[in-house]
Design a protein around this ligand. Structure first.
Ligand code: CA
Length: 244
């Protein structure tokens, strides 16, 4: 994709930051637009024309968490980068839990933001076949798997949700990919390193701890977060295994 076709929306109320980032992103060749208020940001982000949305958390009108959650609830799979307050672990975890793909703590270096943007844009869109593997049912688009029923829950790959007790739980992009991968290889043991490679992509700068965090979130959504999870099983010292 040529950069000038790459559309980035920034939802941010600090005008100075909007100007600085806007100038820099345009100079890098991106198409850039900003919304200075949350409700407008949400409406704009939802129109489906964006390759990436950058969301500040503290916004007038509608905060970044609510925008993120509502975008995912509306079925948007646009990559979302959240700008969170410095050092607040809770902020970061909540952002990812609500479906953000990455976060950056304020204040940040513009070069760091550009690196994150590139990493997110390089990620293949959901279901473009990165999940494919020899013998796996995830070959091609996981969305084509439709709905699959498991013991105690269902996965709707078309909508990117887990259904439990008739309630839908939206999956973040990474949760979706991780669950698609694991459930396509039932009974197979995967190391954290292998999952990082298959789900996050080779050379991804995240640590194996990320896998554990996403497994924990997935278990919650599957209703499998008791002391002895039975669907996503921890194999001590080795990794994880999915049991239908
Ligand atoms: Ca703000």
């Amino acid at each position: 994709m040529e950069r000038h076709e790459t559309r980035i929306l920034l939802v941010e109320d600090e005008e100075g930051l909007v100007m600085t980032l806007g100038d820099r992103l345009r100079a890098e060749g991106y198409f850039f637009e900003a919304a200075l208020e949350g409700n407008r940001g949400f409406t704009t982000a939802r129109d489906g024309s964006w390759n990436l949305v950058i969301l500040d958390v503290m916004l007038p009108g509608k905060n970044g968490y609510d925008i993120c959650r509502d975008l995912r609830a509306a079925g948007s799979k646009v990559p979302i980068l959240m700008l969170t307050a410095r050092g607040l672990v809770f902020d970061r975890v909540l952002g990812l839990k609500l479906g953000a793909d990455d976060y950056l703590c304020k204040p940040f270096e513009t070069s760091e933001l550009l690196a994150r943007i590139e990493a997110l844009l390089r990620r293949p869109p959901l279901g473009d076949g990165r999940e494919s593997g020899p013998g796996g049912r995830a070959d091609g688009d996981p969305g084509s798997r439709g709905r699959e029923d498991y013991d105690g829950f269902s996965i709707d790959f078309t909508k990117g949700v887990v259904i439990r007790d008739n309630c839908e739980e939206a999956l973040s992009a990474q949760e979706y990919k991780l669950l698609a991968w694991l459930s396509a290889h039932p009974g197979e043991l995967f190391s954290r390193e292998r999952l990082l490679q298959e789900v996050w992509g080779y050379g991804s700068p995240v640590s194996t701890r990320t896998v554990d965090v996403h497994v924990a979130w997935l278990r919650q959504k599957l209703g499998d977060s008791g002391p002895a999870p039975r669907h996503i099983v921890t194999v001590r010292g080795l990794g994880y295994r999915f049991t239908p």
